[in-house]
Design a protein around this ligand. Sequence first.
Ligand code: PEP
Length: 251
Amino acid sequence: MRLPIVAGNWKLNCSRESASSLAREVAEVPVAGVEVIVCPVSVHLADVAQVVAGTDVALGAQNASAQESGAYTGEVSSTMLAEFGCKYVIIGHSERRSLFGDSEKSCAQRHQAVKEAGLIPIFCVGESLEERESGNTMTVVKSQLQALFDLAGPKAFNNAVVAYEPVWAIGTGKTASPDQAQEVHQAIRQFIFAQDSDSANALRLLYGGSVNPGNAQELFAKPDIDGGLIGGAALKSKDFLAVCKAAAPNT
Ligand code: PEP
């Protein structure tokens, strides 16, 4: 049995004060049987770490450098994130790939750096609308996954988390249907299984893309969907907690 995870990606949407109060509201309500993660921007990590210390809520970052140290202005290394109490790091979010030029190779290097620092990457993959409509969903997703195998070998996904986030569903209000999501999740697990069955069986595979309290339960009921990566609905504690509860076993 894989422990379900729900991670809230706050992006650039909280002030210092609202990040702490949102974290407080989330941490006040334990959700049994689900690992709940909040991912503020780096400059809010210290504040939010203090708020969630001693609670069941884990801390995540939104990106990490591929480098450990050196002349890389503006970057933050995984070791530094670990010093602030991070357990998880989102890598390869579609906004990073499309807006900031994070290539497949650089995402793989960042993923590796996160693992080497003892943290757990949440590695995002997903296709654009054009890629889906031209029948290329799995070609795109496999290529994003393959970059990790190329760098790190068959154990690349050992103790990792993957988030399938169709780009056309992120922040758009359009959700993949539970069947569409399950189809891709199953294919991702099979692709990883072909390299390493243990990693694939243990892999926690999250769905992301306009998840909300109204659609979460149906998505999370699918056998290969082990939780969610949540954007918009993570900005209101009531909605986020409802999504977290929907991931609990037997809801
Ligand atoms: C995301 O940013 O990863 C995301 C899934 O956002 P939303 O839930 O708003 O679609």
